[in-house]
Design a protein around this ligand. Sequence first.
Ligand code: C2E
Ligand code: MG
Ligand code: MG
Ligand code: MG
Length: 273
Amino acid sequence: HGKNRLVMILNREDKKRVAQNSEILSLITDALNEGKFRVDLQPVCKAGAGIMHYEALVRMLGRQAEIISPATFIPIAEKYGLMAAVDRWVIIQVCEILKKQKELAIFVNLSGVSLGDDTLLEWIETTIKQGDVDPRRLGFEITESTAVKDLTKVERWISRLKLWGCRFALDDFGVGFSSFSYLQRLPIDFLKIDGSFIRNLDSNSTQRALVQAMNAVAHALGKETIAEFVENEAIWDILRRLQVDYGQGYFLGRPMPPQHYTGGPAFGLDGEK
Ligand code: C2E
Ligand code: MG
Ligand code: MG
Ligand code: MG
């Protein structure tokens, strides 16, 4: 019968997945309407100099105010064309934080739809021109896959904001596709070495060699390096010996609500970290 056929076509896992995804989709639209997102800040540190800036990481609040991670909702927001709206929400929020906490510098993650968006560029420029946000304290993290999509356009977009003093980091470096020639063309300030190369650094000499090589490439291109997923002191020691410029990870500071981090550079960490 028809009913039996349907059971065969749409199995229990299919139904469960669809139900979960549509629940997340409706949470996203509710969150966008009602402002039910939250931004955490995670510090990026320089050896011996403490916190240099922060990365903004978005979280979504569920029906019981439970925290839903971006890994869960970003793929669905992207699929349904809502990621530009999420990015706009985060940028507005970060600008609000920067207006209140003048000592902070914050980098925002940009998804592929936002990088190269002229309306967004104009909004950011207008906000900067109004004078409440110092552009030198506003940075952006972009990924290789989205940057190489339309390199000429992206180059121009980044350059416009760099004229104001905004800074740029290339996220997830080492796991994407970008060639040395792309790297040379992208006017970015920092390369963030992907956490997958860092987390086993204390036990894996091949990864140490790779990190050393990536660091050398970055420095040859005049860019500074940031290592993600610094989870313990042994890893931080190795990174400093390899002369990686900055570190970020649970050992140096977890993502926390902005009230937790009330300091600018060199705040909150003792000398050697
Ligand atoms: P990402 O930009 O590479 O961010 C790093 C992720 O690693 C964050 O996960 C962070 O919480 C986590 N992390 C930090 N330190 C450690 C550590 O020591 N060990 C481990 N295992 N993990 C660490 P999160 O917050 O779940 O974000 C996941 C991804 O979602 C981000 O990766 C970024 O691609 C995206 N994302 C987060 N917030 C935003 C946002 O506001 N806008 C956009 N477009 N994307 C965002
Ligand atoms: Mg990032
Ligand atoms: Mg990252
Ligand atoms: Mg990463």
